[in-house]
Write a protein that binds this ligand. Structure first.
Ligand code: A2P
Length: 316
C-alpha cells in the first residue's frame, strides 16, 4: 500500500478509524481489519475504547498475524491533559490501555484546553483559554515524548493554518501531521496547500461523512455525503462503491484516510479503495461538488462566557 513518509517513518495511507466504534464491536473490527491487511489504526483516549483496541492488537501479534513494527498506531492527547507535564502521563495511560511500548504518532486532539475531563453546558470555568494554557507548552511535552521514545512522530488535529504557523514557529520538532475533517463536501484546499508546502502531512477524518455521529452532533439539514449523486454516478461507471471513490479521491491528493467501520464487508471494501484509480477528469468533477461544509463544526466548545467560539477555533 502507498505510504506517507513522516520523518523517515512510513505511515500507510489508509488506516482504520475507531471513533464511534462501540466497545463490544471494536475488538472484532480491529482484529478483522488486521487480518485482512490493515496496518494503520487510528485511536484516541477520548474514544473510550483503547483497551479493547489494545486487546485486538495484542492478540493479532500473539497469533503472529502481524509484528508490532509492521503496524502504525496513532493516538491523541485529550483536552484535559494539555500542559507540558501532563503529556507523558496521558501518553503512558494510552500505552497501557493499548498494551504497547510506543506509538507511531501522537496528536494533540484539539486546540482546546479543559481543566476537567467532562465539561457540560454553562461550564465556562472548566475551560482554559490558549493564553492560560498555551499550545507551545503542551508541545514541549509532546517533544519530550519523542525524546523518551514513547512515540516516533508527533502532530496535531483540528488545527487551522494560523495555529499551525504559530506552532511551527515555536517548535523544535515540527508537527508531522494535521488530522482534520476532510471529504468532498469539505475539501480544505487552503489548509492542504499550506501543509503540503510545509512538509506537514494531512489525514482526513470523517472521510465518509461520519453519519453515525450521535444525534446531538448532527444538523437537521445535513447533506448525506454517501448519497451524493455525482459520486454515485462516477462510482457506478467505475464499478466501485461510493465510499471507495471518496477514499480514492483523498489518496490521489496525497491525503491519508481513516474510514471507520465495524462491518467486515465494508472494512474490506474500504481497504480496496487503494486500488481504485481516478483520472484527472474524475478528480475535477469531485472538486466541483465542494460545499465547504463541516460536519464536525466545533460548536460543542462554545459555552456562555467560555474562551472558545467557532470563529476563534477555526480562525475563520
Ligand atoms: P459501519 O461502521 O457500520 O460500517 P466516517 O469514517 O466518515 O466516520 O464514517 C463512518 C460511517 O460510515 C459509519 O456509519 C460506517 O458504518 C459507515 N461506513 C464505513 N464504511 C462504509 C462503506 N464502505 N459504505 C457505506 N458506509 C460505510
Amino acid at each position: 500500500m502507498q505510504a506517507l513518509n513522516l520523518n523517515g517513518y512510513s505511515m500507510p495511507i489508509l488506516g482504520l478509524g475507531t471513533w464511534k466504534s462501540a466497545p463490544g464491536e471494536v475488538y472484532t473490527a480491529v482484529k478483522e481489519a488486521i487480518t485482512i491487511g490493515y496496518r494503520h489504526i487510528d485511536c484516541a483516549a477520548i474514544y473510550g475504547n483503547e483497551k479493547e483496541v489494545g486487546n485486538a492488537i495484542k492478540e493479532c501479534i500473539n497469533e503472529e498475524l502481524v509484528r508490532r513494527d509492521e503496524l502504525w498506531i496513532t493516538s491523541k492527547l485529550w483536552n484535559n491533559m494539555h500542559g507540558e507535564t501532563n503529556v507523558i502521563p496521558a501518553l503512558r495511560k494510552t500505552l497501557t490501555d493499548l498494551q504497547l511500548d510506543y506509538l507511531d504518532l501522537y496528536l494533540i486532539h484539539w486546540p482546546v484546553a479543559q481543566k476537567k475531563l467532562f465539561v457540560g453546558a454553562n461550564k465556562a470555568q472548566h475551560f482554559l483559554s490558549l493564553d492560560e494554557q498555551p499550545i507551545a507548552n503542551t508541545w514541549k511535552g509532546m517533544e519530550k515524548a519523542v525524546q523518551e521514545g514513547l512515540t516516533k512522530c508527533i502532530g496535531v488535529s483540528n488545527f487551522s493554518v494560523k495555529k499551525l504557523k504559530d506552532l511551527v514557529a515555536q517548535s523544535s520538532i515540527k508537527p508531522a501531521i494535521n488530522q482534520v475533517e476532510l471529504h468532498p463536501y469539505f475539501q480544505q484546499d487552503d489548509l492542504v496547500d499550506y501543509c503540503h508546502s510545509n512538509n506537514i502531512h494531512v489525514t482526513a477524518y470523517s472521510p465518509l461523512g461520519s453519519s453515525d455521529r450521535p444525534e446531538g452532533l448532527k444538523a437537521a439539514d445535513e447533506p448525506v455525503l454517501l448519497e451524493d449523486q455525482t459520486i454515485t454516478n462516477m462510482a457506478q461507471k467505475m464499478g466501485a462503491s461510493v465510499a471507495q471513490t471518496i477514499l480514492a479521491w483523498d489518496i490521489n491528493r496525497g491525503i491519508s484516510v481513516i474510514p471507520k467501520s465495524v462491518n467486515a464487508t465494508r472494512l474490506r471494501q474500504n481497504l480496496n479503495a487503494v486500488n481504485v484509480e481516478l483520472n484527472e477528469s474524475d478528480m475535477s468533477i469531485i472538486k466541483s461538488i465542494n460545499k465547504n461544509r463541516r460536519y464536525v463544526d466545533g460548536k460543542f466548545w462554545e459555552v456562555p462566557d467560555g474562551p472558545y467560539t467557532v470563529e476563534n477555533l477555526w480562525d475563520e
